[in-house]
Design a protein around this ligand. Structure first.
Ligand SMILES: O=C(O)CCC(=O)C(=O)O
Ligand SMILES: [Fe+2]
Length: 349
Protein backbone atom coordinates (compact mmCIF):
# COMPACT_ATOMS: atom_id res chain seq x y z
CA UNK A 1 0.00 0.00 0.00
CA UNK A 2 1.35 3.45 -0.92
CA UNK A 3 2.25 5.56 2.09
CA UNK A 4 -0.33 8.26 2.86
CA UNK A 5 0.67 11.92 2.56
CA UNK A 6 1.57 13.50 5.91
CA UNK A 7 -0.17 16.82 5.62
CA UNK A 8 -0.44 18.95 8.79
CA UNK A 9 -3.84 19.45 10.43
CA UNK A 10 -4.35 23.07 11.52
CA UNK A 11 -7.10 24.63 13.64
CA UNK A 12 -7.80 28.14 12.35
CA UNK A 13 -10.66 28.80 14.78
CA UNK A 14 -8.28 30.29 17.38
CA UNK A 15 -8.77 33.58 19.22
CA UNK A 16 -6.25 36.28 20.09
CA UNK A 17 -3.44 37.91 18.18
CA UNK A 18 -0.63 35.70 19.44
CA UNK A 19 -2.47 32.47 18.60
CA UNK A 20 -3.44 33.84 15.22
CA UNK A 21 0.20 34.64 14.47
CA UNK A 22 1.28 31.11 15.39
CA UNK A 23 -1.44 29.57 13.19
CA UNK A 24 -0.47 31.89 10.32
CA UNK A 25 3.11 30.64 10.49
CA UNK A 26 1.98 27.01 10.59
CA UNK A 27 -0.20 27.59 7.53
CA UNK A 28 2.62 29.19 5.59
CA UNK A 29 5.02 26.37 6.52
CA UNK A 30 2.54 23.74 5.31
CA UNK A 31 1.84 25.73 2.13
CA UNK A 32 5.56 25.85 1.38
CA UNK A 33 6.33 22.25 2.23
CA UNK A 34 3.23 20.45 0.90
CA UNK A 35 0.95 22.96 -0.82
CA UNK A 36 -1.83 21.10 1.04
CA UNK A 37 -3.25 21.75 4.52
CA UNK A 38 -6.02 20.07 6.48
CA UNK A 39 -8.21 22.64 8.21
CA UNK A 40 -9.59 21.03 11.35
CA UNK A 41 -13.36 20.91 11.16
CA UNK A 42 -14.67 22.41 14.39
CA UNK A 43 -17.99 23.39 12.82
CA UNK A 44 -17.31 27.01 13.85
CA UNK A 45 -16.50 28.51 10.45
CA UNK A 46 -18.87 26.36 8.42
CA UNK A 47 -21.63 24.57 10.36
CA UNK A 48 -21.47 20.81 9.82
CA UNK A 49 -25.16 20.78 8.78
CA UNK A 50 -24.37 23.13 5.91
CA UNK A 51 -21.72 20.76 4.58
CA UNK A 52 -24.01 17.76 4.96
CA UNK A 53 -26.81 19.63 3.27
CA UNK A 54 -24.60 20.63 0.33
CA UNK A 55 -23.67 16.96 -0.20
CA UNK A 56 -27.36 16.01 -0.06
CA UNK A 57 -28.22 18.55 -2.74
CA UNK A 58 -25.31 17.36 -4.88
CA UNK A 59 -26.29 13.71 -4.58
CA UNK A 60 -29.88 14.47 -5.47
CA UNK A 61 -28.73 16.40 -8.52
CA UNK A 62 -26.44 13.69 -9.88
CA UNK A 63 -28.79 10.80 -9.16
CA UNK A 64 -32.15 12.25 -10.23
CA UNK A 65 -31.66 14.90 -12.92
CA UNK A 66 -32.57 13.77 -16.46
CA UNK A 67 -29.77 14.03 -19.00
CA UNK A 68 -31.62 16.62 -21.14
CA UNK A 69 -32.00 18.83 -18.09
CA UNK A 70 -28.26 18.64 -17.38
CA UNK A 71 -27.47 19.26 -21.05
CA UNK A 72 -29.64 22.35 -21.06
CA UNK A 73 -27.18 23.79 -18.51
CA UNK A 74 -23.96 22.52 -20.13
CA UNK A 75 -20.71 24.22 -19.26
CA UNK A 76 -19.96 27.42 -21.15
CA UNK A 77 -16.76 29.31 -21.76
CA UNK A 78 -17.56 31.30 -18.61
CA UNK A 79 -16.81 28.03 -16.72
CA UNK A 80 -20.36 27.70 -15.37
CA UNK A 81 -22.65 24.72 -15.73
CA UNK A 82 -22.61 20.96 -16.10
CA UNK A 83 -19.73 18.80 -17.39
CA UNK A 84 -20.58 15.24 -18.41
CA UNK A 85 -18.58 12.04 -18.16
CA UNK A 86 -15.20 12.27 -19.94
CA UNK A 87 -15.84 15.84 -21.08
CA UNK A 88 -13.03 17.48 -19.15
CA UNK A 89 -9.45 16.21 -19.53
CA UNK A 90 -7.24 17.63 -16.82
CA UNK A 91 -4.04 15.97 -18.07
CA UNK A 92 -4.46 15.83 -21.86
CA UNK A 93 -0.83 14.82 -22.51
CA UNK A 94 -1.18 11.59 -20.55
CA UNK A 95 -4.85 10.60 -20.61
CA UNK A 96 -6.30 7.99 -22.96
CA UNK A 97 -9.84 9.10 -22.05
CA UNK A 98 -11.34 12.19 -20.45
CA UNK A 99 -11.91 12.31 -16.67
CA UNK A 100 -14.37 9.72 -15.34
CA UNK A 101 -16.48 12.24 -13.45
CA UNK A 102 -19.39 14.61 -13.76
CA UNK A 103 -19.42 18.08 -12.29
CA UNK A 104 -21.57 21.17 -11.89
CA UNK A 105 -19.98 24.61 -11.55
CA UNK A 106 -21.71 27.51 -9.83
CA UNK A 107 -20.35 30.96 -10.62
CA UNK A 108 -21.30 34.00 -8.60
CA UNK A 109 -24.71 34.59 -7.03
CA UNK A 110 -26.41 37.94 -6.71
CA UNK A 111 -28.68 38.37 -3.66
CA UNK A 112 -29.07 34.60 -3.39
CA UNK A 113 -29.77 34.13 -7.11
CA UNK A 114 -27.52 32.23 -9.50
CA UNK A 115 -26.40 34.21 -12.55
CA UNK A 116 -26.60 31.19 -14.86
CA UNK A 117 -29.22 28.65 -16.00
CA UNK A 118 -29.95 26.14 -13.22
CA UNK A 119 -31.26 22.59 -13.70
CA UNK A 120 -34.68 22.16 -12.06
CA UNK A 121 -33.20 19.96 -9.29
CA UNK A 122 -31.27 22.93 -7.93
CA UNK A 123 -34.05 25.50 -8.11
CA UNK A 124 -35.58 24.77 -4.66
CA UNK A 125 -32.09 24.88 -3.13
CA UNK A 126 -30.81 28.03 -4.79
CA UNK A 127 -30.61 30.09 -1.61
CA UNK A 128 -29.01 27.20 0.30
CA UNK A 129 -26.30 26.82 -2.35
CA UNK A 130 -25.77 30.57 -2.25
CA UNK A 131 -25.39 30.46 1.54
CA UNK A 132 -22.90 27.61 1.34
CA UNK A 133 -20.90 29.53 -1.25
CA UNK A 134 -20.84 32.55 1.09
CA UNK A 135 -19.61 30.43 3.99
CA UNK A 136 -16.79 29.09 1.81
CA UNK A 137 -15.95 32.59 0.59
CA UNK A 138 -15.57 33.82 4.18
CA UNK A 139 -13.21 30.98 5.07
CA UNK A 140 -11.24 31.69 1.91
CA UNK A 141 -10.83 35.33 3.03
CA UNK A 142 -9.76 34.19 6.48
CA UNK A 143 -7.08 31.84 5.11
CA UNK A 144 -5.86 34.52 2.73
CA UNK A 145 -5.54 36.90 5.68
CA UNK A 146 -3.57 34.32 7.65
CA UNK A 147 -1.25 33.66 4.70
CA UNK A 148 -0.63 37.41 4.41
CA UNK A 149 0.24 37.58 8.12
CA UNK A 150 2.46 34.49 7.94
CA UNK A 151 4.37 35.82 4.93
CA UNK A 152 4.49 39.36 6.38
CA UNK A 153 3.14 40.77 3.13
CA UNK A 154 2.95 44.59 3.09
CA UNK A 155 0.14 45.30 3.77
CA UNK A 156 -0.81 42.01 5.43
CA UNK A 157 -4.34 42.09 3.95
CA UNK A 158 -2.93 42.20 0.42
CA UNK A 159 -4.32 38.77 -0.63
CA UNK A 160 -7.63 39.34 1.15
CA UNK A 161 -8.28 42.66 -0.56
CA UNK A 162 -7.56 41.08 -3.96
CA UNK A 163 -10.38 38.57 -3.30
CA UNK A 164 -13.09 40.99 -2.17
CA UNK A 165 -16.06 40.44 -4.43
CA UNK A 166 -17.17 44.04 -4.21
CA UNK A 167 -13.98 44.86 -6.15
CA UNK A 168 -15.17 43.10 -9.30
CA UNK A 169 -15.95 39.76 -10.95
CA UNK A 170 -13.66 36.77 -10.42
CA UNK A 171 -13.37 33.16 -11.54
CA UNK A 172 -14.42 31.92 -8.07
CA UNK A 173 -16.38 28.70 -8.53
CA UNK A 174 -18.27 26.29 -6.30
CA UNK A 175 -18.15 22.84 -7.87
CA UNK A 176 -20.12 19.70 -7.05
CA UNK A 177 -18.32 16.57 -8.26
CA UNK A 178 -19.51 13.02 -8.79
CA UNK A 179 -17.27 10.06 -9.57
CA UNK A 180 -18.97 6.72 -10.31
CA UNK A 181 -17.34 3.50 -9.10
CA UNK A 182 -15.17 1.66 -11.63
CA UNK A 183 -17.80 -1.03 -12.28
CA UNK A 184 -20.30 1.62 -13.44
CA UNK A 185 -17.94 3.02 -16.10
CA UNK A 186 -16.14 1.93 -19.25
CA UNK A 187 -12.84 2.71 -17.51
CA UNK A 188 -9.82 0.51 -16.91
CA UNK A 189 -8.30 0.55 -13.44
CA UNK A 190 -5.41 2.68 -14.84
CA UNK A 191 -7.74 5.39 -16.16
CA UNK A 192 -8.10 8.49 -14.04
CA UNK A 193 -11.20 10.00 -12.49
CA UNK A 194 -9.48 13.42 -12.55
CA UNK A 195 -6.17 13.72 -14.43
CA UNK A 196 -3.01 15.08 -12.79
CA UNK A 197 -3.23 18.86 -12.50
CA UNK A 198 -2.58 21.84 -10.32
CA UNK A 199 -5.51 24.14 -9.50
CA UNK A 200 -6.06 27.33 -11.47
CA UNK A 201 -7.08 29.75 -8.74
CA UNK A 202 -5.38 31.12 -5.64
CA UNK A 203 -6.48 28.30 -3.35
CA UNK A 204 -9.05 25.50 -3.19
CA UNK A 205 -11.16 24.20 -0.32
CA UNK A 206 -12.15 20.57 -0.76
CA UNK A 207 -14.91 18.75 1.13
CA UNK A 208 -14.92 14.96 1.05
CA UNK A 209 -16.93 12.15 2.60
CA UNK A 210 -15.65 9.51 5.02
CA UNK A 211 -14.65 6.22 3.43
CA UNK A 212 -14.41 7.52 -0.17
CA UNK A 213 -10.92 6.94 -1.55
CA UNK A 214 -9.27 8.44 -4.60
CA UNK A 215 -7.33 11.67 -4.11
CA UNK A 216 -3.54 11.53 -4.47
CA UNK A 217 -0.83 14.18 -4.44
CA UNK A 218 2.52 14.20 -6.22
CA UNK A 219 5.23 14.26 -3.55
CA UNK A 220 8.59 16.00 -3.74
CA UNK A 221 10.04 12.56 -4.45
CA UNK A 222 7.80 12.35 -7.53
CA UNK A 223 5.64 9.56 -6.14
CA UNK A 224 1.86 9.50 -5.68
CA UNK A 225 0.62 9.56 -2.09
CA UNK A 226 -3.05 9.04 -1.15
CA UNK A 227 -4.62 11.80 0.94
CA UNK A 228 -6.81 10.26 3.68
CA UNK A 229 -10.21 11.88 4.19
CA UNK A 230 -9.76 11.64 7.97
CA UNK A 231 -6.08 11.84 8.93
CA UNK A 232 -4.94 10.72 12.41
CA UNK A 233 -6.22 12.99 15.16
CA UNK A 234 -9.42 14.04 13.36
CA UNK A 235 -11.44 10.86 13.88
CA UNK A 236 -13.54 12.41 16.66
CA UNK A 237 -14.14 15.78 14.99
CA UNK A 238 -17.72 16.61 13.99
CA UNK A 239 -16.81 16.23 10.29
CA UNK A 240 -13.72 15.43 8.20
CA UNK A 241 -11.27 18.33 7.88
CA UNK A 242 -11.53 20.72 4.95
CA UNK A 243 -8.59 20.07 2.65
CA UNK A 244 -7.06 23.32 1.43
CA UNK A 245 -4.54 23.45 -1.37
CA UNK A 246 -2.53 26.26 -2.86
CA UNK A 247 -3.35 26.97 -6.52
CA UNK A 248 -1.27 28.44 -9.33
CA UNK A 249 -2.00 32.06 -8.48
CA UNK A 250 -0.65 32.04 -4.92
CA UNK A 251 2.35 30.27 -6.38
CA UNK A 252 2.88 33.03 -8.96
CA UNK A 253 2.31 35.70 -6.35
CA UNK A 254 5.01 34.22 -4.15
CA UNK A 255 7.58 33.41 -6.85
CA UNK A 256 6.90 29.71 -6.34
CA UNK A 257 7.51 29.82 -2.57
CA UNK A 258 3.99 28.54 -1.89
CA UNK A 259 3.56 25.27 -3.71
CA UNK A 260 0.79 24.59 -6.23
CA UNK A 261 0.99 20.84 -5.83
CA UNK A 262 -0.05 18.48 -8.61
CA UNK A 263 -2.84 16.06 -7.63
CA UNK A 264 -5.28 13.63 -9.25
CA UNK A 265 -8.20 11.33 -8.47
CA UNK A 266 -7.79 7.61 -9.23
CA UNK A 267 -9.50 4.25 -8.84
CA UNK A 268 -7.02 3.05 -6.21
CA UNK A 269 -8.18 -0.55 -6.13
CA UNK A 270 -8.42 -2.90 -3.17
CA UNK A 271 -5.29 -3.05 -1.03
CA UNK A 272 -3.29 -0.93 -3.49
CA UNK A 273 -3.44 2.81 -3.12
CA UNK A 274 -6.47 3.15 -0.88
CA UNK A 275 -6.04 4.26 2.70
CA UNK A 276 -7.30 1.86 5.38
CA UNK A 277 -11.04 2.26 5.89
CA UNK A 278 -11.53 3.85 2.46
CA UNK A 279 -12.56 2.26 -0.81
CA UNK A 280 -13.59 3.11 -4.36
CA UNK A 281 -16.40 0.62 -4.74
CA UNK A 282 -19.14 3.18 -4.00
CA UNK A 283 -19.91 6.41 -5.86
CA UNK A 284 -17.67 9.25 -4.71
CA UNK A 285 -18.88 12.81 -4.13
CA UNK A 286 -16.71 15.80 -3.43
CA UNK A 287 -17.27 19.56 -3.29
CA UNK A 288 -14.59 22.05 -4.29
CA UNK A 289 -14.56 25.78 -3.74
CA UNK A 290 -12.03 27.36 -6.08
CA UNK A 291 -11.03 30.81 -4.81
CA UNK A 292 -9.93 33.30 -7.41
CA UNK A 293 -8.96 36.94 -6.94
CA UNK A 294 -10.68 39.64 -8.97
CA UNK A 295 -10.02 38.78 -12.62
CA UNK A 296 -7.98 41.88 -13.42
CA UNK A 297 -5.52 41.19 -10.57
CA UNK A 298 -1.93 41.18 -11.74
CA UNK A 299 0.11 38.14 -10.76
CA UNK A 300 3.43 39.78 -10.08
CA UNK A 301 5.20 38.77 -6.83
CA UNK A 302 3.81 40.40 -3.69
CA UNK A 303 5.71 42.80 -1.41
CA UNK A 304 7.14 40.40 1.18
CA UNK A 305 10.72 40.03 2.32
CA UNK A 306 10.26 36.28 2.56
CA UNK A 307 9.07 36.06 -1.06
CA UNK A 308 11.83 38.37 -2.26
CA UNK A 309 14.54 36.34 -0.61
CA UNK A 310 13.21 33.02 -1.91
CA UNK A 311 15.51 31.67 -4.60
CA UNK A 312 12.54 30.76 -6.82
CA UNK A 313 11.43 27.76 -8.80
CA UNK A 314 14.84 27.04 -10.31
CA UNK A 315 15.54 24.11 -7.98
CA UNK A 316 12.96 21.94 -9.73
CA UNK A 317 10.93 21.36 -6.57
CA UNK A 318 8.04 23.60 -7.55
CA UNK A 319 4.93 21.58 -8.32
CA UNK A 320 3.33 24.18 -10.55
CA UNK A 321 4.29 23.50 -14.16
CA UNK A 322 3.00 26.95 -15.09
CA UNK A 323 5.08 28.83 -12.56
CA UNK A 324 7.51 30.09 -15.13
CA UNK A 325 4.97 31.07 -17.77
CA UNK A 326 4.54 34.78 -18.34
CA UNK A 327 0.94 35.48 -17.46
CA UNK A 328 -0.36 38.89 -16.57
CA UNK A 329 -3.71 38.62 -14.83
CA UNK A 330 -5.80 36.06 -12.95
CA UNK A 331 -8.34 35.94 -15.82
CA UNK A 332 -5.71 35.33 -18.47
CA UNK A 333 -4.33 32.42 -16.48
CA UNK A 334 -7.80 30.91 -16.00
CA UNK A 335 -8.58 31.17 -19.71
CA UNK A 336 -5.30 29.50 -20.62
CA UNK A 337 -6.00 26.56 -18.29
CA UNK A 338 -9.63 26.12 -19.36
CA UNK A 339 -8.62 26.01 -23.03
CA UNK A 340 -6.21 23.19 -22.32
CA UNK A 341 -8.69 20.98 -20.48
CA UNK A 342 -11.97 21.54 -22.40
CA UNK A 343 -10.81 20.64 -25.89
CA UNK A 344 -14.32 20.33 -27.40
CA UNK A 345 -15.71 23.43 -25.78
CA UNK A 346 -13.06 25.59 -27.36
CA UNK A 347 -12.72 23.76 -30.70
CA UNK A 348 -16.44 23.75 -31.43
CA UNK A 349 -16.68 27.50 -31.38
O1 LIG B 1 -12.52 15.43 -6.05
C1 LIG B 1 -11.42 15.62 -5.55
O2 LIG B 1 -11.06 15.03 -4.53
C2 LIG B 1 -10.44 16.58 -6.15
C3 LIG B 1 -10.95 17.31 -7.34
C4 LIG B 1 -9.95 18.27 -7.90
O3 LIG B 1 -8.77 18.16 -7.70
C5 LIG B 1 -10.43 19.40 -8.71
O4 LIG B 1 -11.60 19.42 -9.10
O5 LIG B 1 -9.62 20.32 -8.96
FE1 LIG C 1 -7.76 20.02 -8.22
Amino acid sequence: MAEAARIPVIDISVQGEEEQFRVAEELVDAAIEYGFIYIKNTGKDIPVEDIENAFKISEEFFTTTPLEEKQRCSIQQNNRGWTGMNYETLDPKNQRAGDFKEAFNFGEFNEGKAQQPLPSTFVPYESQVSRFRDLCYNVCLKINTLLGIGLKVQPTDFFTTAHLREKGPSGTTLRFLYYPPLAKTQADREDVRAGAHSDYGSMTMLFRLKGQAGLEILTRENTWAPVPVCPPGTEDDPAPPILVNIGDLLSYWTNGLLRSTVHRVVFPGPGKGAVEGESDTEPRYSIAFFCHPVGTTSLTPVPSERVRSFAGAGDGTNGNPYAERKVLTADEHLQMRLRASYLQLYNEK
